[in-house]
Design a protein around this ligand. Structure first.
Ligand SMILES: [Ca+2]
Ligand SMILES: [Ca+2]
Ligand SMILES: [Ca+2]
Length: 264
């Protein structure tokens, strides 16, 4: 193995690294120019010059990006592209680099949240059966959990307003939102993110995904998911569904009673 390694020194067979995607941490409005930036670096992966870079949105075909300084002529480049998205949603945006000896580097992906401030809002009130495993502190606990929420963009505002409460009595869990970050309404689903407290204290992030069963294609039954995370540790405190956070991938739980309405 050692002698083999010796003979391949200097041969570049690995693609450049994308360390970060800049410019998409905040939700953006539909049909707004979003300037993507990313550093692409081959210096520790064979140190060839960068030949090109590309981005892809939600698995669609790769599109080319430019060098920010105008020329692909170094082993490390910052790259850029401007995109604009016409439909609200949560998109998986990926960027990758290619070096001059045609090694394609691993893609780096981040979620991009696109919202339509005039595109509806969501309300809900009711209950679910919280199943074993949902409450991390005691995975055996089961029982009723009540929810009530409204999330809505006020005219011209970039941040939705409203209130979210979630109460799981068996677990002495009483979650109350304090602030929202974003809201996306797309098809039969709405998803929004924010922060709040449990039993009046702490700083918890939450992600709520809801389906309106009465919309065309909604399947007839309203569905609900809430994931609550301790922001300091990243630990999941409560999640009645589990799995991916991706709006399209989430299949929320059928509610036991009450109603969820996506207002369009
Ligand atoms: Ca390389
Ligand atoms: Ca350059
Ligand atoms: Ca409904």
């Amino acid at each position: 193995m050692d002698s083999f390694s010796y003979f391949v020194v200097g041969y570049d067979n690995s693609g450049p690294i994308v360390s970060n995607i800049v410019g998409i941490s905040d939700p953006v409005k539909i049909n707004t120019d979003i300037i993507l930036n990313a550093p692409i670096d081959d210096t520790t992966n064979g140190s060839s010059n960068i030949k090109s870079a590309e981005y892809s949105i939600d698995g669609a075909s790769w599109k080319s990006m430019s060098a920010t300084d105008g020329l692909f002529d170094e082993p490390a480049e910052e790259v850029t592209a401007t995109v604009s998205i016409p439909e609200p949603g949560v998109y998986d945006l990926c960027i990758r680099g290619i070096d001059v000896v045609d090694n394609t580097g691993q893609e780096k992906c981040n979620l991009l949240v696109v919202y339509d401030p005039s595109g509806g809002f969501v309300t809900g009130g009711g209950w679910i059966i919280s199943k074993a495993g949902a409450y991390t502190a005691d995975t055996l606990l089961e029982g009723h959990a009540n929810f009530g929420f409204v999330s809505k963009y006020q005219k011209g505002a970039n941040i939705p307003t409203g209130e979210t409460e979630f109460q799981f009595k068996e677990g002495n869990l009483n979650f109350k939102s304090t602030v929202y970050q974003w809201l996306v309404v797309a098809g039969v689903k709405a998803q929004y993110k924010g922060s709040g407290t449990i039993n009046g204290t702490g700083d918890y992030g939450f992600l709520l995904t809801a389906t309106d069963g009465q919309l065309p294609g909604g399947g007839g039954v309203d569905k609900f998911r809430i994931k609550i995370v301790d922001k300091a540790t990243g630990t999941v405190v409560y999640d009645n569904v589990g799995g991916s956070d991706d709006m399209e991938a989430v299949n929320p739980q059928e509610i036991g009673g009450g109603s969820i309405v996506i207002h369009k």
